[in-house]
Design a protein around this ligand. Structure first.
Ligand code: NAP
Length: 243
C-alpha cells in the first residue's frame, strides 16, 4: 500500500477548537499539514493556535457559526486565500441535544440539522473545486453510531447524523472520478464535552479518547492504496462487540 506524505498539504478542520477536532488538528500539524480551524469560540481557537505554534506549520482560524448558511462559502474563500489551496476537509463540528422528539422544537430541529448536516454539505460543495486541483484530496465526515442506530432522546441528533451519512454515501460516488476520496468515521462515546453533556453516566476510562479518533483520521489520509475504506465504525470499550 502506498503511504501518502502529507507534509505541506492544507486542511480545514471544523470544530478544531476542542474535543476530536483539536486532536485531529494536532496530529495533522505533526505531519506538517497547514491548517484552517473553525469554531465559534475565539479564545479556544487562539489557545489551539498557540499550542501548535512550535509545530512549524501555518495555523489560521475562522470564527464562524456553522448554523449560518453563508458561513461555508466565507470559510472556504478565506481558507484558500490564506493557505493557497485545499487538500483535506474534515467535517467534524456538530452539536448534540438530549430531548424526546415530542419535546423538540422546530428551532432546535432546524439548528441541529443546519450545523450537523447542512454545513458539511455546503462546505463540501464549496471545497470541491479546490479539492479537484489537489494531487491527493480527501473529505472525512465525522458521524456517530447514531448515524445508523436510533438512540432514545437523541432524535434530532440522530436524524442529523443519518442525513450526514446519506450525503456522504452519494458524495463519495459523485466525486470518485475526480480522485477525491470521501470517508465517514462513526464513533461511539468519545471523551469530550459533548459526550458528558449527553451521557453524564459514562466515565473517561470507559470511552474512546479523541487521539484514537485522530489516529483513524491519519490512517485514512496516509494509506491511499488500492483498498479503499468508505466507513470506519469504532465503539467504546465498555460497549459489547457488534451492539
Ligand atoms: P465537542 O467537544 O463538543 O466539540 C465540538 C466542536 O464543534 C467544537 O470545536 C465547537 O466549537 C464546534 N462547533 C459546535 N457547534 C458549532 C457551530 N455552530 N459553528 C461552528 N463550530 C461549532 O464535540 P466532539 O465530541 O469533539 O465532537 C466532534 C464530532 O464527533 C461531532 O461531529 C460529533 O457529533 C462526533 N461524535 C462525538 C462523539 C462523542 O461521544 N464525543 C461520539 C460520536 C460522534 P465552538 O464551541 O467554539 O463553536
Amino acid at each position: 500500500m502506498s503511504k501518502t506524505c502529507l507534509k505541506d498539504m492544507t486542511a480545514l478542520v471544523t470544530g478544531g477548537s476542542r474535543g476530536i477536532g483539536r486532536a485531529v488538528a494536532r496530529k495533522l500539524a505533526d505531519h506538517g499539514v497547514n491548517l484552517m480551524l473553525v469554531g465559534r469560540n475565539l479564545k479556544k481557537l487562539e489557545a489551539v493556535q498557540r499550542d501548535l505554534s512550535t509545530k512549524n506549520v501555518k495555523v489560521f482560524f475562522c470564527v464562524e457559526d456553522l448554523a449560518d448558511a453563508q458561513a461555508p462559502a466565507r470559510i472556504i474563500r478565506e481558507t484558500v486565500e490564506r493557505l493557497g489551496g485545499l487538500d483535506i476537509l474534515i467535517n467534524n463540528a456538530a452539536v448534540g441535544m438530549v430531548a424526546p422528539l415530542t419535546e423538540t422544537s422546530v428551532e432546535q430541529w432546524d439548528r441541529i440539522m443546519a450545523v450537523n448536516a447542512r454545513a458539511p454539505f455546503l462546505l463540501s460543495k464549496e471545497a470541491i473545486p479546490y479539492l479537484r486541483k489537489s494531487r491527493c484530496s480527501s473529505i472525512i465526515n465525522i458521524s456517530s453510531v447514531v448515524g445508523y442506530k436510533g438512540y432514545i432522546n437523541q432524535g434530532a441528533y440522530t436524524a442529523s447524523k443519518h442525513a450526514l451519512m446519506g450525503m456522504t454515501k452519494v458524495l463519495a460516488q459523485e466525486v470518485y472520478k475526480d480522485n477525491i476520496r470521501v470517508h465517514v468515521i462513526s464513533p461511539g462515546g468519545v471523551d469530550t464535552e459533548m459526550l458528558y453533556d449527553m451521557r453524564p453516566d459514562l466515565k473517561p476510562s470507559e470511552v474512546i479518547s479523541p487521539d484514537e479518533i485522530a489516529d483513524i483520521v491519519m490512517f485514512l489520509l496516509t494509506h491511499r492504496g488500492n483498498g479503499v475504506i468508505d466507513e470506519i465504525n469504532i465503539r467504546r470499550v465498555s460497549n459489547s462487540p457488534w451492539k
